[in-house]
Every structure is written in C-alpha cells, then in structure tokens.
Design a protein around this ligand. Structure first.
Ligand code: NAI
Length: 702
C-alpha cells in the first residue's frame, strides 16, 4: 500500500493520506503527496484537487520521531509541498475528517479552501512539545483567523472544534461527508471561476494586530509561560505576521522554529511525551492480560478526595455510588460536588445540560448494601490504617466477587490493607492527586499479591478517566510522596539557616514549579503536612525542623485560615513579619547563625534530594523506570514539564556533577545527602538512567 492514494472522481483528483493509525506526515507520505500534486498538475483531465485522509483522520501532524532525529527536514519537506501547493493553478480543497493537527493542519491551511465534518477537530499543538508550527502555521492561521484567535489557540495548543473553526474562518464549510462536500466546493469554485485563495496572501484580518494586543497577551500569559521559549516565540511569530512583509515573516517563523527545535526545552518536553506513553507498559504483565471493564464504580468517603474521585468517574460517563458515614457528611460532600459543577457552568466550560447529566451519575448512599455490584470501589476515608482495614473488611464482605478494591491512601501499606480481605489479588492502590477531578496523575500502587489483571485494570482505568497512570511499588509514600518528604524538610532547614519563605518560593517558581514548597504547604494545609510527618519515624541521625510544628501551633494552618507561611488576602500571599520572627526564633534556639543564602544554593539543596530519593526508588524497584518518576513529578507535583522531570534534569546536569554536589553537601547537611549507590555507579560508568529497569519486571515491595 502506498502512503498516499490517488484516484479520479470525474475532473477532481482525490489524494488520500494512508499512513495508519493517525496519518503522520512521515517521509513516504510527503513523497506521496508531492507525487500526487505533480501528477494532478500535469494531467489535463484534472481540474481540481482534494486532499484528504483515509481511516477517518486527516493527519495528526509530523512524525515525532522524525522531529527528534531531524528526518522531518528530509525533502520533500512540508515547506516544499506548500510551495508546490501555492503554485498550483488548480483549486485545492482539504476534506477534514477526525483530526487535522500540527503539520497536518498546516497542509490543510495551505489549500485554497477547507471543509470539515461536524466532529472534526483542528489545531496546532506544537507548543506542547516545545515547538512552534514551523511550516507557516503561525502565519496562515493568523491570516485566516486574526491575531487574537491565533495567540489563544497556538500558545495553548488546544484542539478547536469544527463549529468554532468555521467561526474563525479556519474552515469554509462543514459537511457530514466532508469528502463529498469538498468535491462539491471544488466544482463550484471551477464553475464560478472563483479566484484561488492563497492563504499566505490574505491580509484582511491583520489590522487588529496592534502593539497593544501583543503587549496585553504577553502580560496575560506571563505567569503561566514563565521561562518557556516556545510560547514566547509563538507570540513573536504571530506578531511578525501582522507587522512584517510576508517573506520576512515566514523567514522569521522558520528561524524561531529552529531555535525551539534545538532548545533543551524541546528535548525535555519530547522526553515527557514519550515517558507518558512508556509508563503504560508494565514489564512482566502477560500480554494477554485483559483489564476488567469498569462499567460502574463506588467511592467510600465524600471528603476532599472522595468527591473529586467520584467526579472523575462521572465525567468519564461511569455511574458511581458515593458512601459516607452519616447523611450530614454525605450531604456536605454532594453539595461541594454540585458547587463544582455549577462553577464549571458559570465559567462556560460545561453546559447546564451536560452538568446535570454528569451529576445524575453520582448517587449518594449511606449503606454498604446499596453499593450494588460495582466493578471497582475506591476507598478515600481518613488516612488511618485501622480505619482503612475496617472499611476493606466490610467491603470484602459485601462486594461482588469480581470487584476490585482500591485505596486512595497517600502513604499506607497496601499489603496491610489487603490482608484485611480474602481477595488480596484484587486489592490495589489508586493514588489520585488533589483536586482529583483535575489533576492528571494516577499513581497506581501494586501490593505483594496484586494480580496482573488488577494491575491492568487500574492502568486502563487511568486512561478511561483521562489521566496519566504510572505504576509504583508498595513503600512508605510510594514514588511521589516519598520524594516529597526530603524536598519539604530541606526547605525548612534552609529557613533555619537564613532563607525566607518568599525567597525559597521565588527561586523554585523561577525554576518553573507551579508553586514553591511553602506556598504548596499553605495550600494543602500545614496541619495535614504535620500529621503525616508525625506518623513517620526518622533514622536515628535525622531530625525534623521544628518550624512546621510551630507554624501549626500558631494556628497558621495555611490558606484555609488566611495565614500560614504567608498572610493571605483571598489567594494572594504576602510576607508576614510574624513568620519571619517565628523562623528567626527557631534559628536562635538551635544556635544557628543565620546567613544570606544564595539562590543557587536553594535550587541545588531542593532538587538534589528529589534526584537522590528518586534514584533509591529506582534501585529498590519501586519505580519500573526513571522516566516514570519524571511523569509522576510533572503531572502530580508541578515540576516544569519543559525541564523534563527530576531524573531527566539530573541527567542533563550530568550525573557526575550531581554526585559531586551531594558529596560536597553531605558533611554539613547530614547522612541523607550521601548519594544513592545507583547514582554513584551510573556516574562512575558514565551511563544514564535509561539503562536501568526494575529487575523483577515490576516494583518489588518495601
Ligand atoms: P477528608 O478528611 O477530606 O475526607 C475523608 C472523608 O471520609 C470524610 O468526609 C469522612 O467523613 C469520610 N469517612 C471517614 N470514615 C469513613 C467511613 N468509615 N466510611 C465512609 N466515609 C468515611 O480526607 P481527604 O483529604 O479526602 O483524604 C482521603 C484519603 O485520600 C486519605 O487516605 C488521604 O491520605 C488520601 N489523599 C489525600 C490527598 C489530599 O491532598 N487531601 C491527596 C491524595 C491522597
């Protein structure tokens, strides 16, 4: 089969991309398109050309492997194709079914007209890989839809529904059968002798591209896009579309594209893209393991997490029973859920009808008998082993034989919970992140006896719920929270030594974290953090800083009490001299002479513990591969995706350097700074984390 088929429908040549599964624009496709265009141009019987995709998809865009290897620029390139298209004297119409993304959409944008099916989605998602659409995408999109729409769409990379694309003039028509509609449009254009509409020559929308518009937009996305190259260059590129002559603007777009392509950020984002997919592969799982289909679910506990988890099921169309201890607690939980949906409707992100439909899938119950025969039950009661064991024993007694029993515990021993049932093979951790209906990560945790089918089920569930699932082994804190413990405590040691909360948070936010560690503590609740800490035993040569305990004792529980490490007006934080005094008091008591701490020291003291604990997690087999740890940190803990995650960051910094830094800090800052054996070995061998796979084909148990 050729990558592009060519057939005649009367006087119209139809070129259909056929490169399953998503018609990526790899070299054979580009070659096929070029041949097809030339053949159509040279055939006197052909009067118009329609470009389409087979298999219900136009094209998902460039072949990502080719971008990484540079092969995407092997001729014919997209730009070569576009030159040929723009030189065509015969009408070119794109017929878009399914998706036209990235380079695929750039090709469609180069046609004279575009027709989409009503379910078609178009868009330029390059920013997600640290790139900008470098085949004229920023230029042609802006010329058709205007700069305001282009800024919004291309810096977010979000898909655009057909109806919206029509409003934005990105599509010229919507038809149930886009191919037939495109052929019809081509014939009408021929019949009426319509002038060919070369997108790159359109100028009608450009006057609204004022300097003010760009200044405003740059200001608006400053916080979200802080430190990131691709969004900045996308804005520049859209601006030059409005302000510079066409040739120069296209040349600049090209230059910005190459700058992004060669940047470490592009490399990091590509790493995360592949890591996310790799995380779904579980070595040692028999290939014929069928996940249990999840048709109905139940959640125990309608608190912060239980409510969000129930919403996640409902959002995916899965009916869910939500159980609480009392009718008051249940009503409280349901009220929060109702308010959340109402807020989405008010924001315009959900229609009233859809909200009502989704809400109707959540059924509050107060009796275990009413759980029915749910395919999975997720427990989200208080973080107490005794309580969870009690709940699991009851669930075991009432749940159907096939039901998977999952716990949302953030730290507790999965095996100890499983032991309170007669079905340990069907017990598993499903660790959601707060807010559970929003956060992307699902950290699944396997116990000693968790079966292959149960694992396959919760991994598939992650996908069904629109989340990114990662599998962890059973140990205190699993992957994410175990690493967080050292990161959090190091921040307090820095406070004792002379840093301030705002300095620490500024440095980490400057690095790209969504929030610094102390702002995060205030958001999650300092009492919660302190409780978790109290439940832990430290090695004899370690200690906690007393700062967190003092903050809690002062009633500074965080945002919920209007004060924590900061003082709050709504969500806006400001420095509180009382906190400064409290911290300085602790330093005095401990006999620590406060010093000015350089920003670089804060960064290295907070990032290295993450890497070191990550390496231990890897060598113990708690994580299957280093890139899983990166996925956990990017999607669960706000680590900047454009830095690739902590393990990727360490490799880029150089493992030898990382080990040296730890050795340098160990004598002053304690035994926890001793580099993990795995790090030492990799640094010595000059190899990277890529060579490390969990030996048992999955996490062992700690
Ligand atoms: P929460 O205190 O907001 O909610 C717990 C709910 O469970 C309460 O509504 C309580 O009435 C209910 N409950 C207690 N005993 C019950 C029982 N026997 N039967 C039915 N319902 C019962 O707590 P949160 O924050 O939702 O945490 C729940 C679990 O999720 C904990 O294991 C926690 O460690 C874990 N978790 C919490 C995260 C967070 O950010 N809050 C993040 C990830 C996991």
């Amino acid at each position: 089969m050729t990558a592009v088929s060519y057939r005649l429908q009367g006087e119209v040549a139809v070129l259909a991309i056929a490169n399953p599964p998503v018609n990526a624009l790899s070299l054979p496709v580009r070659t096929g398109l070029m041949e097809g265009l030339r053949r159509a141009a040279g055939d006197d019987a052909v009067e118009a050309v329609v470009l389409t995709g087979s298999g219900g998809v136009f094209s998902s865009g460039a072949d990502i492997n080719e971008i990484a290897s540079g092969a995407a620029l092997t001729p014919p390139t997209l730009r070569d194709l576009q030159e040929t298209m723009e030189a065509s004297r015969k009408p070119l119409v794109a017929a878009i079914d399914g998706i036209a993304f990235g380079g695929g959409f750039e090709i469609a944008l180069t046609c004279h007209w575009r027709v989409g099916s009503s379910s078609a989605r178009v868009g330029l998602p390059e920013v997600k890989l640290g790139l900008l659409p470098g085949a004229g995408g920023t230029q042609r999109f802006t010329r058709l839809a205007g700069p305001a729409a282009a800024l919004e769409a291309i810096t977010s990379g979000a898909p655009i529904a057909a109806s919206r694309a029509l409003e934005l003039h990105l599509l010229d028509a919507i038809g149930d059968d886009p191919l037939a509609a495109a052929i019809e449009l081509a014939r009408a254009a021929l019949h009426e002798r319509r002038p060919l509409r070369v997108t790159s020559e359109i100028g009608e929308h450009l006057p609204e591209g004022t300097a003010e518009l760009f200044a405003d937009f740059r200001r608006r996305i400053a916080a979200k896009a802080r430190g990131q190259l691709a969004p900045a260059r996308i804005i520049d590129s859209i601006e030059v579309a409005c302000t510079r002559p066409r040739e120069e603007a296209f040349r600049l777009e090209r230059q910005y594209f190459l700058e992004c392509r060669d940047s470490p950020q592009r490399k990091a984002l590509t790493h995360v893209f592949f890591a996310e997919r790799e995380a779904r592969r579980i070595p040692g799982l028999p290939p014929d393991t069928e996940p249990l289909p999840i048709r109905t679910a139940a959640v125990i506990g309608a608190g912060t997490m239980g409510g969000g988890i129930a919403m996640s099921f409902a959002n995916a169309g899965i009916p869910v029973a939500l159980l609480e201890v009392s009718s008051e607690a249940l009503e409280r939980g349901l009220e929060v859920i109702r308010r959340n949906y109402a807020a989405s409707v008010a924001r315009g992100s959900l229609t009233q009808a859809r909200a009502a439909q989704t809400l109707a899938l959540i059924r509050g119950v107060s009796d275990y008998q009413a759980l029915g025969d749910a395919d999975i039950v997720v427990e989200a009661v208080f973080e107490s082993l005794a309580l969870k064991r009690e709940v699991f024993a009851r669930l075991d007694a009432v749940a159907a034989a096939h039901t998977v029993l999952a716990t949302n515990t953030s730290t507790l021993d999965i095996d100890a919970i499983a032991a309170s049932t007669h079905r340990p093979a069907q017990v598993v951790g499903t660790h959601f992140f707060s807010p559970a209906n929003v956060m992307k990560l699902l950290e699944n945790v396997r116990g000693r006896q968790t079966s292959a089918r149960t694992i396959a089920t919760v991994m598939a569930l992650g996908k069904t719920l629109g989340k990114i699932p990662v599998l962890a082994g059973n140990c205190d804190g699993f992957i994410g929270n175990r690493m967080l413990m050292f990161y959090g405590s190091e921040a307090e040691f820095l406070l004792e030594e002379g840093a301030t909360p705002e300095q620490i948070d500024r440095v980490m936010e400057g690095f790209g974290f969504a929030m610094g560690p102390l702002a995060v503590r205030d958001l999650a609740g300092n009492d919660v953090g302190f409780l978790i800490r109290k439940g832990r035993t430290l090695p004899a040569d370690e200690r906690w800083s007393p700062i967190l305990e003092r903050i809690v004792a002062a009633g500074r529980l965080g945002q919920k009490t209007g004060k924590g490490f900061y003082r709050y007006e709504g969500r806006t934080r400001s420095v509180d001299p009382e906190v400064t005094a409290l911290i300085e008091g602790v330093s005095r008591e401990l006999g620590v002479r406060r010093r000015a701490i350089p920003d670089e020291e804060i960064l290295e003291r907070l990032l290295h513990p993450l890497v070191n604990e990550g390496a231990r997690i890897l060598e113990e087999g708690i994580a299957i591969r280093a890139s899983d740890i990166d996925v956990v940190y990017v999607y669960g803990y706000g680590f900047p995706a454009w830095r690739g995650g902590p393990m990727f960051w360490a490799e880029q910094a150089g493992l030898t350097r990382v080990v040296e830094t730890m050795r340098r800090l160990a004598p002053t800052h304690g035994a926890r700074w001793g580099p993990a054996a795995l790090l030492e070995r990799l640094a010595r061998e000059g190899s990277g984390f890529g060579s490390v796979r969990s030996p048992a084909g999955g996490p062992r148990h700690g």
